[in-house]
Write a new protein. Structure first.
Lengths: 475, 436
């Protein structure tokens, strides 16, 4: 049976137009979102908390008069964002009873746009993982194949978008947590420049690497969401005062003569043939658009996993120290094995006698890596690379192999260490029809160029419009 | 064997900024009517909350640094200091590790200079209260104090006696109060003293041990605690034992220190730079703005008074008393400038009360006080001779060299006359009459 086009299949640009022209109502949109949730959520486990529909309807009514920009758009948040009066768990049993008394800046901003929160998404607890298996609320399944992982840690968000349960979601990317699930679920995800979007109210994994970014079906959708969530926040001193471009109006651009670098370190040992073939195909698609490619080299990228797995656990050992059992109701025995591993690794890396050899050395290496990115990006407009070395694994595979689990992050973590933006977009499928994405890496605060390149790619290809077969069973 | 005391002090001072160090909550832990009323996600250490720096607190720390003759750092940052305690909601305290705001200062005491190693800024912890709740002993936490700006002033181990420790601590309190950056009230706890004490055999090399004494809430107890410890160490050392490296607390009831915890292994706080706060950079222009806010410090005022002719002990008292200093400062720039020494003496010796009075009024009162009654030469001579006859013994004492009885005789003459006359004139008359 062929896929039927429904309202939720349209772009945010089109839906906003349709609502303005009274072709569809926000209530119809919400009905469709909840219908999809009821049909597929049970199989996928993409949400930790689903908002009661009645409450969502009331939210629509609140904004009926004020011409809010995202009036009636159903969206979700990774459960890492504090939502006043709505349970926020970070997918950990430690916070299973935690209802924050305050809201994250990103949530407040979106509430002002008139968008409607339908739920809080499943994730790897505290962001620790790339498969959405390391959660105390049951693993999230990949809608393209229920026995596969959806990527992570923002797996629930990617699945909710892919199956049209929401129009967009806010993920959180510390070492690939937006890009990995975007790639594995055939959606688009943007890891923003560190400082582009406020982190206030984001349950921290690793504070110097955490970024708050949009996930949606298309790059054009991302442009709309980014415009609303980006900008300086007095509550986050690491947020940038740079002005926010009007991404949705600037996104159309002829990309001819633009130059993309191919860093050879992203194409070495470990990259599977299937992913390699998809990336090559994407390069050809860009070439047809007139984009030029150059080869670049960034030797420190190969040390990325080592650097990342010293800095991120160090910071997480500190950020998780507050869950000491005195408050929030649950004690430390509720941490998962993966989280305990990271806390121990970080505590060790920061300890007197080891910090010089581990944490401080990693910080020095990070500075060299930042310089490598600056240098590479001074010769081109963006870099192109795979997101993960292989297609989505089967559930359980990575859990039983912690080392391979870490290596899955090889192509994503150095971008967080450098603080630069990176856009993950759908680019093809494996032979068994599992999604494979690519990423475009840009200069600090130059999200616009990435969106322009990604948008041009999506206007020339159809990968991003493909829907998971699961939806076909529920026409 | 002679031992030399080696003492270093760590002084914590709570800044009285309007808001807390890293959030907008009211900074008034002592004025709060109830526990946990001045709190928010930031000072409660809630998941996702982020600190934002109170600029005023940074400026005040730099101001204090200037007053303590420190170098101000052009680059500084905050670090996380990790330890577990129920009053520390994040599991770490935001403090400063290797780049404090101020370094390498000093304070001069009457017996020598004390180096100041560093002055840094951090956040105060919450406060534990062990109280009865429905008849059960319960540990409660009050977060009103959590995140209050706290400055730590660390000396070099330059202090050589309990008396010098006390003098130094008093000077810090005076300076902090002159700058109006803290009440520095030791009873309430807005100023807290910790002493590191040991005994050296040569006064130069640092001993291999030190004992930290906490819970000192007055200058008197500081002096007593240092004395107690030095005597305790000496007793142990003469028996060829080494005092245990530990933290002790001053106990008022025991009138001595008691062991609190062993500190044989250095604690590992796993410091690392606070990623939620960007590093701070300061320009010369920033420093000039701070310097412009620096008021005259007590030591500088004393020097100025001495230069104006006021004896040092009187100058010190004047400098320590805001209303005294106000009168003297006003006089120094007025047409009554020549009166400054006698006015200073009069107000310090409490012959004239100055509270709430203008300089002109004080000058008038001092003048009236010292104005002498008219008295004839013959009346004076009669009184002098009468006293010499009456006070046979005192006169004999004076003749045998006891100069101090002259004052007594002068008093007797004045009393006999029942008038206000210049004591110096009476003394001269007495002197020549007795010698004659």
């Amino acid at each position: 049976m062929p896929n039927q086009t429904k309202i939720m299949d349209h772009s945010i640009r089109d839906i906003l137009h349709m609502i303005r022209e009274k072709q569809v109502s926000p209530n119809e949109l919400l009905d469709e979102a909840y219908q999809n949730i009821h049909q597929v959520h049970e199989q996928l486990n993409a949400f930790i908390t689903i908002q009661e529909k009645e409450r969502a309807v009331r939210e629509i009514q609140k904004h009926e008069q004020d011409h809010a920009v995202f009036f009636g758009l159903p969206y979700s948040l990774k459960d890492a964002y504090c939502t006043k009066d709505i349970r926020t768990t970070s997918a950990s049993a430690v916070l299973q009873d935690f209802t924050p008394p305050y809201s994250a800046t990103v949530y407040e901003k979106l509430q002002h746009t008139g968008a409607v929160l339908v739920g809080k998404n499943n994730q790897d607890a505290w962001g620790h993982g790339g498969s959405t298996e390391n959660t105390d609320f049951g693993p999230t399944k990949n809608p393209w194949n229920l026995s596969c992982i959806p990527g992570g840690s923002s797996g629930g968000s990617a699945v909710a978008i892919s199956t049209r349960m929401v129009l967009f979601s806010i993920g959180e990317d510390t070492g690939g947590s937006i890009r990995s699930p975007a790639s594995m679920c055939n959606i688009s995800g943007l890891k923003v420049t560190y400082g582009r979007v406020s982190r206030y109210g984001t349950i921290a994994y690793a504070s110097s690497l955490d970024t708050v970014g949009p996930m949606a079906k298309s790059v054009d959708d991302l442009a709309f969401v980014l415009k609303e969530i980006a900008g300086n926040d007095p509550h986050d001193l690491t947020s940038s005062p740079l002005p926010v471009p009007d991404y949705p109006t600037l996104i159309q651009r002829d990309v001819k003569k633009m130059r993309i670098g191919l860093p050879k370190e992203f194409f070495g040992e470990g990259l599977t043939d299937e992913v390699r073939a998809v990336v090559d195909q994407a390069i050809k698609a860009f070439e047809r658009l007139g984009v030029e490619f150059v080869n670049v080299s960034m030797p420190y990228v190969s040390l990325g996993v080592s650097i990342y797995y010293l800095i991120a656990p160090s910071e997480t050992s500190s950020n998780l120290a507050r869950y000491d059992g005195i408050r929030y109701g649950q004690d430390r025995s509720n941490f998962t094995e993966e989280t305990i591993r990271r806390i121990l690794l970080g505590t060790y890396a920061l300890s007197a006698g080891y910090a010089d050899e581990l944490y401080k050395k990693a910080q020095k290496a990070r500075e060299i890596l930042i310089e490598e990115y600056r240098e590479a990006l001074s010769h081109c407009d963006a870099l192109l690379a795979p997101v993960t070395p292989s297609k989505p694994s089967r559930i359980g595979e990575l859990l039983s192999d912690p080392m391979r689990n870490l290596l899955e992050d090889l192509y994503t973590v150095t971008i967080n260490l450098a603080g630069v933006p990176s856009l993950a977009i759908p680019a093809g499928f494996s032979s068994d029809k599992l999604p494979i994405g690519i990423q475009l890496i840009g200069k600090p605060f130059d999200e616009l160029t990435l969106l322009q390149l990604g948008n041009a790619f999506q206007q020339a290809t159809n990968w991003h419009t493909e829907k998971p077969p699961l939806l076909e069973q529920h026409p | 064997m002679t031992y030399f005391p080696i003492i270093g002090l760590e002084i914590h001072v709570e800044l009285k900024t309007n808001s807390k160090m890293f959030c907008g909550c009211k900074n008034d832990p002592f004025g709060a009517g109830k526990p946990n009323i001045y709190t928010c996600p930031v000072c409660l250490g809630m998941p996702g909350a982020l600190p934002r720096t109170n600029r005023k607190a940074v400026e005040w720390t730099q101001l204090l640094g200037l007053a303590l003759h420190c170098n101000l750092a052009t680059q500084s940052k905050f670090d996380r200091k990790h330890y577990f305690y129920p009053d520390l909601p994040k599991g770490y305290q935001i403090s400063q590790y290797d780049q404090p705001l101020c370094e390498n200062g000093y304070i001069d005491t009457s017996v020598g200079r004390i180096g100041i190693r560093r002055v840094h800024l951090e956040e105060d912890t919450a406060k534990m209260q062990h109280i009865l709740v429905h008849g059960t002993r319960t540990s409660c936490i009050d977060f009103n104090r959590s995140g209050v700006p706290l400055v730590e002033i660390v000396t070099e181990p330059d202090i050589r006696s309990p008396q010098q420790a006390r003098e130094y601590a008093k000077k810090i309190q005076e300076i902090v109060r002159t700058l109006h950056i803290s009440d520095a009230d030791m009873e309430k706890g807005s100023m807290r003293l910790e002493a590191n004490i040991s005994l050296s055999t040569d006064g130069k090399t640092l001993p291999a041990y030190k004992v930290e004494v906490k819970n000192i809430n007055s200058f008197r107890f500081l002096e007593k605690a240092c004395t107690f410890e030095l005597e305790r160490h000496e007793k142990l050392l003469t028996q060829n034992a080494v005092p245990v490296q530990e933290t002790r607390g001053w106990s008022e009831s025991k009138n001595g220190t008691v062991s609190q915890r062993s500190k044989e292994n250095a604690e590992d706080y796993r410091y690392f730079p606070e990623p939620d706060l960007p590093p701070m950079r300061f320009s010369d222009e920033d420093f000039e703005k701070i310097r412009a806010q620096l008021p005259e410090l007590p030591e500088d005022a004393i020097s100025r008074y001495i230069l104006a002719g006021i004896p040092e002990n009187i100058a010190r008292t004047v400098a320590q008393n805001r209303s005294f200093a106000g009168v003297i400062d006003a006089l120094l720039v007025s047409s009554h400038k020549n009166m400054v020494v006698s006015v200073a003496q009069a107000i310090v010796n409490k012959k004239v009360l100055v509270e709430g009075k203008s300089a002109d009024v004080v000058v008038a009162e001092v003048t009236a006080f010292s104005k002498n009654d008219e008295i004839s030469e013959s009346n004076l001579q009669t009184a002098v001779h009468a006293v010499i006859e009456e006070q046979e013994k005192a006169v004999a004492d004076f003749r045998s060299g006891k100069q101090q009885v002259l004052g007594f005789l002068v008093g007797m003459v004045i009393r006999k006359l029942g008038k206000k006359i210049d004591a110096k004139t009476v003394a001269e008359k007495l002197h020549s009459a007795i010698q004659a």
